[in-house]
Write a protein that binds this ligand. Structure first.
Ligand code: FES
Length: 110
């Protein structure tokens, strides 16, 4: 495969839905509503007619304390969406328009 070949999916969005037992010191994305947000993102992307990306559930992405965590590749941009409106904003501004939703981005250093 050469670099000139088109990508099968333009973007992959990985949504951590990892669940840990209650009281775990790192917490988990599942206890912050991650599964509902992942399901909503898949549904909304389809409703918006975005066909060239893939939204996947993922295991722990190792930034548990900052969750719920999602990461968009190939850009490698991390977000912590808290509700459906945040998901909508990521789909419109990042996925459709190629921008960033800075208020939801996780800093590289944390
Ligand atoms: S539990 Fe989601 S990043 Fe670890």
């Amino acid at each position: 495969m050469t670099a000139e070949q088109p990508l099968y999916f333009r973007q992959h969005i990985f949504c951590c839905t990892n669940q840990r037992p209650p009281g775990h010191k790192r917490g988990c994305c599942a206890e912050k509503g991650a599964e509902d947000l992942r399901n909503y993102m898949k549904k909304r992307a389809k409703e918006m007619g975005i066909k060239d990306i893939r939204v996947n559930g993922a295991g722990c992405l190792d930034r548990c304390e900052l969750g719920p965590c999602i990461v968009v590749y190939p850009e490698g941009v991390w977000y912590s969406p808290k509700n459906e409106a945040d998901i909508d904003e990521i789909l419109v501004k990042h996925v459709q328009q190629g921008g960033r939703v800075e208020r939801l981005m996780l800093p590289p250093s944390e």
